[in-house]
Design a protein around this ligand. Structure first.
Ligand SMILES: *[C@@H]1O[C@H](CO)[C@@H](O)[C@H](O)[C@H]1NC(C)=O
Ligand SMILES: *[C@@H]1O[C@H](CO)[C@@H](O)[C@H](O)[C@H]1NC(C)=O
Ligand SMILES: *[C@@H]1O[C@H](CO)[C@@H](O)[C@H](O)[C@H]1NC(C)=O
Ligand SMILES: *[C@@H]1O[C@H](CO)[C@@H](O)[C@H](O)[C@H]1NC(C)=O
Length: 332
């Protein structure tokens, strides 16, 4: 009888221990197979007590500096891994070999710079977020050929070049974010494989000119963000073929004119969908196309009364839409 009690006790304590198994400093939600380690003084990956059936793991605002393939091998059912704002400075090759169901990896706010080949291979990733790191070059070797990525966020890094070879491997991309980098050009054909791309974010870079064929293959594009660059001239055919475009932001650039016809194919622009504010518009005869377009599409322009002339001097500060044909010096 006594030994039965002991056995029962051992079995129960073992069971309870397993049921309650959770890494120190973390919170476990067994019913959703989720583990969260939020803003705690962890310095290493919390392997001890991590439930084997974890599908969602969040480690954020901690001091962990590394993560290995072996760490992830212990949680083979993982589908989402969120590692925001830690101190990760490198990642190993084949990191994801042991997590064949991982579809979301978020590494926002770490100190990643050079990443090795195959760092994101193996897993069927759909969403990869590398926002706010120190990455200078995004390498084609990071991923295997048949990547299923639909969402790639490289914003807030130090990229100087569009990673053309990496993008060639990503025919399923729908969202691409390169904002807040140092890109100064978009080589022709660098985006040519992205026929499913819907949102392209390029704001806050150093783009000053664009090749007329830069966006030519992006037939599914609905949102294009070019705010806060140094664009001073746009080629006439730049938006040709972007017939699905609903939102286009060109504010905070150096545009003084746009070429006649530039906006003609953008039939689907939504209300407030085109932002042309904060540019040094020159209100001379060459502004006729823009002036007419604004009159005919006032609702589609964001804050149309704030699209103002920088010159010539007598018109400086006036909104373009308020000008008369005479003021624009149009010969009729
Ligand atoms: C996952 O494991 C924990 C503890 O080991 C258990 O409580 C939970 O029910 C398990 N979930 C599933 C879906 O098996
Ligand atoms: C991380 O380390 C720093 C410096 O040692 C410390 O000040 C900070 O509180 C730690 N963060 C957490 C979440 O424990
Ligand atoms: C292609 O993807 C599938 C599923 O994501 C994977 O099992 C396979 O190993 C991949 N093949 C190559 C060559 O990467
Ligand atoms: C744009 O790219 C095409 C194709 O590479 C090239 O032939 C053309 O000269 C480029 N145009 C300008 C203005 O750079």
């Amino acid at each position: 009888m006594k030994s039965w009690y002991v056995l029962a006790f051992l079995w129960l304590s073992c069971f309870c221990h397993r049921a309650l198994s959770c890494p120190a400093l973390c919170t476990c939600y067994p019913r959703r197979n989720e583990v969260v380690c939020n803003e705690v003084p962890l310095t290493e990956f919390p392997s001890d007590g991590l439930p084997e059936n974890t599908t969602l793991l969040t480690i954020q605002f901690t001091n962990i500096t590394s993560i290995s393939e072996a760490h992830l091998n212990a949680i083979p059912k993982l589908q989402g891994l969120h590692l925001y704002n830690n101190h990760l400075h490198s990642l190993p090759s084949h990191l994801l070999r042991g997590v064949p169901h991982l579809n979301t990896l978020d590494l926002t706010g770490n100190r990643l710079s050079n990443l090795p080949a195959d760092v994101f291979s193996h897993a069927p990733l759909q969403s990869l977020v590398l926002k706010n790191n120190l990455i200078r070059k995004a390498d084609a070797e990071w991923l295997s050929y048949n990547s299923s990525l639909t969402w790639l966020d490289l914003s807030g890094n130090e990229l100087t070049e569009i990673p053309t070879n990496l993008l060639l491997k990503l025919p399923h991309l729908e969202n691409l974010d390169f904002s807040n980098n140092r890109l100064d050009k978009i080589p022709a054909n660098s985006l040519s494989q992205l026929s499913k791309l819907e949102r392209l974010r390029l704001q806050n870079n150093k783009l000053d000119t664009l090749n007329g064929s830069a966006f030519q293959s992006l037939n599914s594009l609905t949102h294009l963000f070019l705010t806060q660059n140094k664009l001073n001239k746009l080629p006439k055919n730049l938006f040709q073929g972007l017939t699905q475009l609903r939102h286009l932001s060109l504010d905070e650039n150096q545009l003084s004119h746009i070429p006649p016809g530039l906006l003609d194919e953008l039939d689907l622009l939504e209300e407030d969908g085109l932002d042309l504010t904060v540019n040094p518009w020159l209100c001379d005869g060459k502004a006729e196309y823009l002036w007419k377009w604004l009159h005919e599409n006032k609702k589609k322009a964001f804050l149309p009364d704030s699209i103002t002339c920088a010159g010539p001097q007598p018109l400086a500060g006036r909104s373009i839409i308020s000008l008369t044909a005479n003021e624009l010096n149009l010969q009729s």
